[in-house]
Design a protein around this ligand. Sequence first.
Ligand code: 5GP
Ligand code: MN
Length: 348
Amino acid sequence: MTPETPLPGPGPVDPAGAAALLAGARDVLVVGHVRPDADAAGSAIALATALRRAGTGAAVAFGGPDPVPHMVTVLDPDGIVVPAADAPADPDVLVCCDISSAPRIGDLGDRLDRARVSLAIDHHASFTGFATHHLVDPAAPATVLLVRDVLVALGAEVDAVIARALFAGLYTDTGGFRWGGADALRLGAELVEAGAEPRELMRELTGTRPFAWLAAQATVLAGARREPDAAGGAGLVWAAVDPATATRFRDHTPGLVGQLLATAGDGVAALLTETAPGEWSVSLRGTGSPDLSRAATALGGGGHPAAAGFERTGTRDGILDLLRAELAGAAQVCGTSPEVHPRDTRVR
Ligand code: 5GP
Ligand code: MN
């Protein structure tokens, strides 16, 4: 802990400032973004676990949809994650992990006004500044690296539960250490030494699928389409997931966007998932050029240059038309000013 660190005023904080806010908290609610991925969930679970071990009341919740993905339960052996309905109504401190904008808190958005302090820990360039305090670094390849810095500032011991949660987010957001360089690999090594066994962990997280997934996956991929002229000539490969498949295989469909990307060359991959009739969640992947976070933000979402997403109501073809138009526009910007995204090709 860092009791000598003065409590920072509203605005940007460094890891020591974030630790000071947390060390002085009465109780803490830690949330990740809706439809949590391993970076959101791992960040939240690692931080809340460390706080609880230090004697601070802490819980994790996600603002929908219920139930949480299987991945969350794998990372939560102590049951620190509570259903959104059971999340404390008036937390002293609210921490928002891997959340770039307030709507991504989902059903727990009211906690933002009710908490005395809200602290965003995030790595999106599209971060909107929605919390009272922010620890935000768009150069960080994953939010878990920022959480690790806070844990160091808190003097928290990284046990196996915390190590597994951090490793899951690190591995996922760096595309299996393709991005993030030596820093990510060094943290990975530290976490393995602290008890995150990669083979066992990745098998638990994503390594096993129901047999029926083979046929379901084949159906989705057989419906994929390639549009070579899209995205200013870079090309687009897209596929759509119907609501029944999206519901039955909700833990498995998100990974399909990686398979689309592998066939997209230097172009863009889009996975359009109809989560309920007329409601779409769209995942975009590319090389960073065109800037997908720009296209996704224009469509109501956000993300990173090489990985972004948005949610929208409408028809599949209507959403594809909007996407084609934004990708063409983003490609035009890239064509005239390549310095818009100088080096950022990380996955999320
Ligand atoms: P994914 O495709 O894995 O869901 O998300 C890729 C990246 O885009 C992540 O950084 C994620 O936070 C961001 N993202 C995905 N969907 C949305 C969305 O609806 N709104 C915003 N603001 N960001 C999104
Ligand atoms: Mn992330």
